[in-house]
Design a protein around this ligand. Structure first.
Ligand SMILES: *Cc1c(COP(=O)(O)O)cnc(C)c1O
Length: 321
């Protein structure tokens, strides 16, 4: 048995998006609602954190330390988890501390997380330094990597893939926002373990396809060892599209804005400006350019992120739509 602390509200719903599908003249579109995992406004990190928390408990940790950008959904979910289980939480965030606390950052504050500010360039270094200081102070810190994407966190999506199959859902494609690779690695390993033959198609949010393929293949291989036998994944087996990175991480462009508006108006469904808005924009473009074959079913795996809609810089621009 793989140690796991049950936190998420599972299984998450699978819904169909017929109005969006008709508007795009496209394939049948389903959505898997991991924006509704139940922990502090939900998201994909909750599934990963179920396994990460079990490991932190096994290490008798008292402080959770993790890292991300200012509007990190991963950091928000970690902070909520820490509050719920009585851990101290330190978040190492890259961004501008003078901009005011809104969106995810506001929630980090409400959960009582302590914030150490840094720049993106110095983030890894500050993360390690923060851990070393907490360790030296006897805080029993536990380090959760960026996006909880290690061989422990990725387990969340191995079980998620199984959950989808248990729901009787067998789409031809799974399309989702891919960034630190844990979601993709978990889904791929889950597919391998359960004989799912559909295509697992990550839309990169920030990394080049080559980089992300390497990360996901390594993570999937490493994670497989938890099931008793190593399965070797090669980068060439990982499907990543890098065409929608636009102006880079967390820069909401016209494509993301159109996707957010279209999903909202057609289905009453909220995407986020950083991840699902970008993946949604990719999905829309792929449908319009005839990428999917007639009769195919595409499942858009919603990974969460909606609190970022209320971050001032995004909200101000979205309100002009
Ligand atoms: C972290 C995150 C992702 C990316 O997941 P990875 O496992 O890091 O690739 C996608 N969407 C949202 C909303 C996220 O917060």
């Amino acid at each position: 048995m793989i140690p796991r602390i049950r936190i998420a509200h599972l299984p998450t719903a699978v819904e169909s998006l017929p109005r969006l599908s008709t508007a795009l003249g496209g394939p049948k579109i389903l959505v898997k609602r991991d924006d509704q995992t139940g922990l502090a406004m939900g998201g994909n990190k909750t599934r990963k954190l179920e396994f990460v928390l079990a490991e932190a408990q096994a290490h008798a940790a008292r402080t959770l330390i993790t890292v991300g950008a200012v509007q990190s959904n991963h950091c928000r979910q970690t902070a909520a988890l820490a509050a719920r289980f009585g851990y101290r939480c330190i978040l190492v965030l890259s961004g501008d501390p003078t901009k005011g606390a809104n969106g995810n950052l506001l929630l980090d504050h409400l959960f009582g997380a302590e914030i150490v500010w840094t720049s993106k360039a110095r983030r890894a270094e500050t993360f390690k330094q923060t851990f070393d200081e907490a360790w030296a102070a006897g805080e029993r810190p536990y380090m959760i990597p960026l996006g909880a994407s290690n061989a422990v966190g990725a387990l969340g999506y191995v079980f998620a893939l199984q959950e989808m199959l248990d729901q009787g859902v067998h789409p031809d494609w799974i399309v989702f926002a891919s960034s630190s690779g844990g979601t993709q690695a978990g889904l791929m390993l889950g597919a391998e373990l359960h004989g799912y033959k559909g295509r697992i198609f990550g839309i990169s949010v920030d990394e080049s396809a080559n980089t992300l393929k390497g990360i996901a293949a390594r993570l999937a291989s490493e994670t497989s060892e938890r099931f008793g036998q190593r399965i070797q994944f090669e980068p060439a087996q990982v499907e990543v599209n890098e065409d929608y990175i636009g102006e880079g991480y967390a820069v909401m462009g016209v494509r993301e804005m159109e996707a957010i508006q279209l999903f909202a108006k057609m289905e009453g469904l909220l995407l986020d400006p950083v991840y699902t808005g970008r993946a949604g924009a990719g999905l829309i473009d792929l449908i319009r350019t005839g990428f999917f074959k007639p009769g195919e079913t595409v499942l858009f795996w919603h990974t969460g992120g909606t609190p970022a809609l209320f971050a001032e810089s995004y909200a101000a621009r979205l309100s002009s739509l």
